[in-house]
Ligand binder design. Sequence first.
Ligand code: IFM
Length: 477
Amino acid sequence: MSNPATPPVVGVLDEPAPLTFPPGFLWGAATAAYQIEGAAAEGGRTPSIWDTFSHTEGKTVAGHTGDVACDHYHRLTDDVRLMAELGLKSYRFSVSWPRVQPGGSGPANAEGLDFYRRLIDELLANGIEPWLTLYHWDLPQELEEAGGWPARDTAARFADYTQLVADALGDRVKYWTTLNEPWCSAFLGYGSGVHAPGRSDGAAAVHAGHHLMLGHGLAVQALRAARPDAQLGVTVNLYPVNPASDSPADVDAARRIDGLANRFFLDPLLRGEYPADLVADLAKVTDFGHVRDGDLATIATPLDVVGVNYYSRHVVAAPVPGEEPEQYWRAPSSWPGSEDVRFVTRGFPVTDMGWEIDAPGLVETLRRVHEEYTDLPLYVTENGSAFVDAVVDGQVDDADRLAYFDAHLRAAHEAISVGVPLRGYFAWSLMDNFEWAWGYTKRFGMIHVDYDSQIRIPKSSARWYAEVIRRNGLAAQ
Ligand code: IFM
């Protein structure tokens, strides 16, 4: 019998609890060198493939370049202060290869290294863990002229560059990512050519993907020898890939795209092999003669962490029988050997990039990496969204971006609750920046940047994220 003096508990127990993340969860934000630094010709820096590409007519929207970008090179102290105000526990940035090793070979450029030393020291002084990415797409132009990533020697050049950075900055940096999103470097850079260096050759794209991973393996070995105590990883951009229907043809289309988008990288990096079905799919593109004995063992050199970048999902379908496949070809395609696969939309809300918002896809992606590939700690090294922002009375109320982060953090929490060893999350991006071929027309930042005045305004999402970090979790919904 209930005691009439006991207050009713219904409603209290039904109230959802706040979502708290594990102690020590690493809350961060990410950027990349070419997207924010500017100072393209200062301090001894030489051009990268992105300087050449963005200065080539018709390659970026409105001819935008990273020449000035967010002028972070000259504003690092103020930018770190903004990070500290957000309460960031970690900041993921990339080192510009042609800034620290002009031309991509030979000795280090002391002035370039000094910039990163100052940045790292400023971060450490503010209690922010530096997370260093060695390659976020800015290959020195000279190395592209020597063959670029389709050439095997570029992998060795990358290992040499890694050694220079490890020697100079290894005493200050614990977390290292070798490559950011090698799929983009290989298949957008050398397949469709919508990214630098703008080549369109399916075989070159596949070879680039292999040599990027080979460079990664060699870099991990160099780093491990130089800094045995460092936490080493790689960042891959992953997508759940679903067939548009249960038809065997659509299911096969999904298998093919999953092979190119995800398993092309996950299997060599974490299992030391290429998937047999992918090799068969690519038979008309390449005979895999570029893969030498020992490469896969190098590529699969043991890691400490795995970084996952997540933005959306792919839903794909086979060509419609009776219709010319050409009408679906993205000419040239980012999907060598599978050019005729159709990418379909489901009518979900989209970001300003046109990418469907699909937070459950983050849970699926993290679970897949953990359940099928590795027990290593995982980090979401990028997740975020572009939306059109308006500055009103000096404020930017980006409710749509905030909702995107909220939904994806709830998904990240769900992944942890089902056993994924997710140890941190990095919002993309700390600030608005040069969105590659889209130039400055797409804004991903939690901090608004006025590119004329370089004034920064933390958006509503930034203030919200600061509160998430402060309470190590999300309020009840
Ligand atoms: O801006 C990019 C970043 O450089 C790599 N990952 C995806 C982001 C949004 O497109």
